[in-house]
Design a protein around this ligand. Structure first.
Ligand SMILES: NC(=O)c1ccc[n+]([C@@H]2O[C@H](COP(=O)([O-])OP(=O)(O)OC[C@H]3O[C@@H](n4cnc5c(N)ncnc54)[C@H](O)[C@@H]3O)[C@@H](O)[C@H]2O)c1
Length: 305
């Protein structure tokens, strides 16, 4: 029988991290979560085999590697808000660049077998063509996009086996609906409370929404496959307009208010769809959850709270 593997998930108390932790536990991994709970939730962290309430930038972070034999690291801890990065570029760089460099240095020092990191469609800037593949040029419209791209470049120089996943717009249960959260979580929150829903611009902007449990699944496949040192988009390869999303969710929830349209936010990308052929080819994976099913799962969870 093969030995039980130990995975460290940084940011495991967050939205995506908590679903990954659940899946890895289900697949019989020891799951260690490291999270400073800045946006994460302690209830998510408590499911782990071990939880360290710690900052990835802290000197004590190394203790996790000293106290445990870590096979794999799934690095999700980050400052994940575009707007925050514009207001607080120093903190954004500290979290997403320096924090990541600390994680990678320790992975190298303690001979971690593979590291998977979460990057973002934001590194591509305004698409020159659709769907955007991995060969598309990069352009940074925010410090967040730049800090994530910089993280990618550091990782490549560390000589550790890695996969960089560039995720499209992730949605699903436990996503934070406050502040500058994902549009699906915000719509769900407003509609469940029968509050007005605001749409920026004409609502015809499209986004590629990928369900969070599909993200967890691709992370698991990433560790269990021989694929290494690759940059891979994770997406559905299709877009839906914000208007269509609104009407789809309104229909499921029998929400009858009309959306309120407000002017575009300067710098918003009109259409964002990521090509997922490389993911399908290398990992034999394409997201399995339709937007309808994902939204239903999210709304069921939301109404059970
Ligand atoms: N949600 C999306 O649509 C999306 C899209 C592309 C990429 N990503 C990336 O996926 C990852 C997870 O995002 P999420 O949506 O789950 O966000 P999230 O905010 O729910 O999760 C981030 C987690 O990291 C923790 N954290 C932040 N800074 C930390 C630090 N310095 N030390 C320790 N823990 C820290 C937070 O407390 C939180 O639990 C991030 O790297 C994000 O950039 C997310």
């Amino acid at each position: 029988m093969s030995e039980k593997k130990t995975i460290l998930i940084t940011g495991g108390a967050g939205f995506i991290g908590s679903h990954c932790a659940e899946l890895f536990l289900e697949y019989n991994y020891n799951v260690i979560i490291a999270d400073n709970l800045s946006t994460g939730n302690v209830e998510n962290a408590n499911i782990a085999t071990k939880f360290y309430n710690i900052d990835i930038n802290s000197k004590d972070f190394e203790l996790i590697f000293k106290e445990n034999k870590i096979d794999y690291v799934l690095h999700l801890a980050a400052q994940a808000s575009v707007g925050f990065s514009t207001r607080e570029p120093v903190t954004d760089a500290q979290e997403n660049i320096l924090g990541s460099v600390n994680v990678f240095s320790l992975c190298k020092k303690y001979a971690v077998k593979k590291v998977i990191v979460a990057s973002t469609a934001a590194v591509y800037g305004t698409p020159q063509y659709l769907p955007v593949d991995e060969a598309h040029s990069t352009k940074f419209l925010s410090f967040y996009g730049l800090s994530k791209y910089t993280m990618e470049q550091y990782l490549k120089l560390f000589e550790i086996d890695y996969i960089i996943f560039r995720f499209a717009n992730v949605y699903g249960e436990r996503q934070n609906s406050k502040g500058e959260a994902g549009v699906v979580a915000i719509f769900a929150d407003k509609m469940c409370n029968n509050e007005d829903v605001t749409i920026t611009g004409d609502g015809e902007q499209t986004r590629d929404f990928v369900y969070v449990k599909d993200i967890a699944r691709v992370c698991l496949l990433g560790f269990e496959s021989d694929v290494k040192n690759e940059l891979i988009n994770v997406s559905t390869n299709t877009g839906i307009s914000v208007n269509d999303l609104f009407f789809k969710m309104a229909d499921v929830l029998s929400y009858s208010k009309k959306p309120l349209y407000v002017p575009d936010r300067c710098g918003d990308i009109k259409h964002s769809i990521l090509n997922n052929e490389k993911c399908a080819k290398l990992l034999e994976f394409i997201p399995q959850t339709s937007l309808n099913d994902g939204i239903e799962a999210l709304l069921k969870w939301r109404m059970s709270k």
